[in-house]
Ligand binder design. Structure first.
Ligand code: PAF
Length: 283
């Protein structure tokens, strides 16, 4: 695996592959790679000749009181994992390479719908940071396909919308949620969960599944389902951010006859903010 710290170095190497007609699959990450990320790399390898991964802890998508400075940076073990997966290129830029004019004056990509609900409501500016860095990364790598995990469902939906709205010549592909054996969705931030709260956090997945099965059984009172789920999370001692039954594409509150519905939840433990989601199977 070749590692590039500069945009020009990576571009020079990739242009050779493009001239030969090879396809490029791309997996953007912030590092601290777990099996979920490696499954994205594997998926990219299945359908592309060349796989590029990026690791960049993007300050633009962190709020002032968020964990940018303590976000786990595990470069050496990340490289080992990527090599073992057969990743071809790692792009590992620093802040100066990505934001040479500074963060404050950086041009932004705004996706006006879908970003002020769900996670966007409690993390103002977060998705603007994500769409900005992802569009920069797309311009740098110019991939044929980019793979994003369904675990960050809102991020995936927003990026799909951005790519569609801005006519970006990249196929956005989703990858299933990777889970620990007890069902907890894998996340780089799971390392924040304390041993005491760890056995209880699977309740988030359980309440979302409960809502999904009740809707599939014909329940139509969505707001009652949301309230019951929030009460269960609260009773387990977690602060609820949201539990929402949403239209899978627009992320607006779902109507009863919406063909595609996703149930999304976010909660705070003492040490972490956890998210999860489940999309209903079409009948
Ligand atoms: O999902 C992530 O790790 C990040 O939000 C992404 C897509 C790499 C952008 O910084």
């Amino acid at each position: 695996m070749q590692v590039f710290h500069t945009i020009s170095g990576l571009r020079d190497s990739l242009s050779g592959h493009r001239i030969q007609g090879q396809t490029i699959g791309f997996v953007p990450t912030m590092g601290n790679l777990h099996d979920g990320h490696l499954a994205l790399i594997n998926q990219a390898k299945q359908s592309n000749d060349i796989v590029v991964c990026s690791i960049f802890v993007n300050a633009l998508q962190f709020g002032l009181n968020e964990d940018w400075d303590k976000y786990p940076r595990t470069y050496d073990s990340d490289c080992e994992k990527l090599r073992s997966m057969g990743c071809d290129y790692l792009f590992f830029p620093d802040d100066k390479e990505m934001y040479p004019n500074g963060l404050d004056t950086q041009s932004r990509v705004i996706c006006p719908t879908m970003t002020d609900v769900l996670c966007g409501a409690s993390r103002p500016g977060h998705f603007e940071g994500v769409t900005t860095v992802v569009s920069k990364l797309f311009n740098i790598v110019q991939p044929d396909e980019a793979i994003f995990g369904i675990k960050d469902y809102q991020q995936l939906a927003v990026i799909r919308r951005m790519a569609e709205d801005l006519c970006m010549p990249v196929k956005i592909t989703s990858a299933p949620i990777h889970r620990e054996t007890d069902g907890l969705a894998m996340s780089s931030r799971n390392s924040y969960i304390t041993p005491e709260e760890r056995p209880k956090v699977t309740v988030l997945k359980q309440v979302l599944e409960q809502i999904a099965s009740q809707i599939e059984a014909g329940e139509q009172d969505f707001s009652a389902l949301e309230s019951e789920a929030k009460a269960v999370l609260g009773n387990q001692g977690f602060k609820v951010d949201y539990v929402t039954i949403s239209n899978s594409k627009t992320l607006q509150p779902a109507a009863i006859d919406d063909p595609d519905i996703t149930v999304l939840g976010a909660m705070f433990t003492e040490s972490a903010r956890l998210i999860d989601n489940i999309s209903l199977k079409k009948k």
